[in-house]
Ligand binder design. Structure first.
Ligand SMILES: Cc1cc2nc3c(=O)[nH]c(=O)nc-3n(C[C@H](O)[C@H](O)[C@H](O)COP(=O)(O)OP(=O)(O)OC[C@H]3O[C@@H](n4cnc5c(N)ncnc54)[C@H](O)[C@@H]3O)c2cc1C
Length: 408
């Protein structure tokens, strides 16, 4: 509408923004857009509850920012995310415990990698980083062994599903809605609007943000922005420590990661509820929601992406080792005993696992950093693997800055 001087009237218009996916990233994005931009947000989730996939099946570690290349989005958003998450948990009375992490070198050959990790952590501004020798690391974790360790005393654990549930409540309190049981089936952009068919309902939004985790490629395909990376699912299997064996671990005990991979290696992780997890490994899955070994539901899409075969060719030895570790409990135990030798087979019982949504490029490269793309009115989160749960509130701010502003 024109004003007196013929210029558009500067009246307030409420933007309607849709968000696909009620994982921790989608919910954090929805909350941020509602709170900071005053948008009317609608979150569309295919499952019957929030946090049903990666958000509800992870290690529960609030990563401090040790591993990520300085200057990367992961490095920046992880550090910012930790601060925001700590504050958020305190404000909403959600559990957050700084149990501390040891990254342990078990051979002298790993020393240079460990030293490089300590340097990287300092460059990323991780507080309290200390390099410990074989004796000093036992003061932190009395049952752990190694030739040295990096100690991150402020690495924490939290309950990501509880955070996601609270974010959903915030969205509702800010006037938005979280619609579970609404699988997004079709998307089209028309006359400046994004029309979405979800379940049996049609929605029209000014903007759409896709945070669909393992479902990213399917939703990206609906927007006509297939992109040049694809999600390859990696199953992460866990064991849990039984009974008194839990007392062998105080906080978090991690191996020195193989720098060729974005995965951190099988670790021992204390949980908010008092348990201790061992895992996860990283096994290529042939179904996006391939929680079970024999699920091959999406093998055509996954193996049809040239990057998958190129990646498999380059890393087949590691891949076979991971498959062996998946089938043989003894291999899992061996990995854990490298750091806590008192553990026995009787101390380990199977625990539910998760599936990571990891982007792989056409040339077979595992995409390390977070990736967010803009395609018309649609913002697509293409890669949000670990530490995206830790970083979720910072990712949300980052995305809110990217979602194109509404000009009327
Ligand atoms: C085994 C494992 C361990 C991990 N450990 C850690 C850790 O310790 N610390 C950490 O920070 N991170 C960790 N991560 C990573 C972390 O869990 C993820 O990075 C984070 O949860 C990603 O959140 P998200 O919202 O993007 O994805 P998700 O939680 O997977 O949410 C995506 C949502 O989109 C929905 N969806 C998909 N398609 C559609 C559709 N068509 N219509 C509607 N909805 C749709 C899905 O149902 C799902 O609910 C781990 C991950 C795994 C698997």
């Amino acid at each position: 509408m024109a004003g007196k001087a013929g210029k558009p009237e500067n009246r307030h218009v409420t933007e309607k923004i849709g968000v696909v996916g009620a994982g921790i990233v989608g919910l954090a994005v929805a909350r941020e857009l509602a709170a900071a931009r005053g948008a009317e947000v609608t979150v569309l989730e295919k499952e019957g509850r929030v946090g049903a996939h990666q958000t509800g099946h992870n290690s529960g570690v609030v990563h401090a920012g040790i591993y990520y290349p300085p200057g990367s989005l992961k490095a920046r958003l992880c550090r910012e995310g930790v601060a925001l998450l700590k504050e958020y948990c305190a404000a909403h009375d959600l559990p957050y415990h700084e149990v501390g992490k040891l990254v342990v070198a078990s051979t002298h050959a790993e020393r240079p990698l460990l030293n490089a990790l300590a340097e990287r952590a300092r460059a990323n501004g991780v507080p309290g980083i200390a390099e410990l020798d074989a004796l000093a690391l036992r003061e932190v974790e009395p049952h752990a062994v190694g030739v040295g360790a990096v100690h991150s005393p402020h690495t924490a654990i939290c309950d990501f599903p509880a955070v996601a549930a609270r974010l959903a409540q915030d969205v509702a309190e800010l006037g938005g809605s979280v619609r579970t049981g609404h699988p997004v089936r079709a998307i089209r952009e028309r006359s400046g609007k994004v029309e979405v068919l979800a379940g049996r309902r049609r929605f029209a939004f000014d903007r759409l943000v896709v945070c669909a985790g393992l479902g990213t490629d399917a939703v990206a395909g609906m927007t006509g922005a297939a992109g040049d990376v694809r999600i390859v699912p990696f199953r992460g299997e866990f064991y849990a420590l039984r009974g008194a064996a839990r007392d062998l671990v105080r906080g978090l005990i991690y191996p020195v990661p193989d720098p060729r991979y974005p995965f951190l290696g099988v670790h021992l992780t204390r949980q908010i509820g008092g348990g201790v997890l061992v895992g996860p490994n990283a096994v290529l899955a042939l179904a996006y929601e391939g929680y079970k070994r024999r699920n091959f539901r999406n093998f055509r899409q996954i193996l049809g992406w040239p990057g998958t075969l190129r990646m498999a060719r380059a890393h087949w030895r590691t891949g076979l080792k991971e498959v062996y570790g998946s089938l043989a409990k003894s291999a899992f135990l061996k990995g854990a005993r490298r750091y806590v030798p008192e553990l026995t087979a009787a101390d380990l019982e199977r625990a539910p696992g998760g599936v990571r949504a990891q982007a792989v490029a056409r040339d077979g490269r595992l995409v390390d950093d977070f990736v967010v793309d803009v395609h018309g009115q649609v913002v697509l989160v293409r890669n949000a693997p670990s530490p995206a749960a830790t970083s979720s509130l910072a990712i949300a701010r980052h995305i809110a800055g990217i979602v194109p502003a509404l000009v009327r």
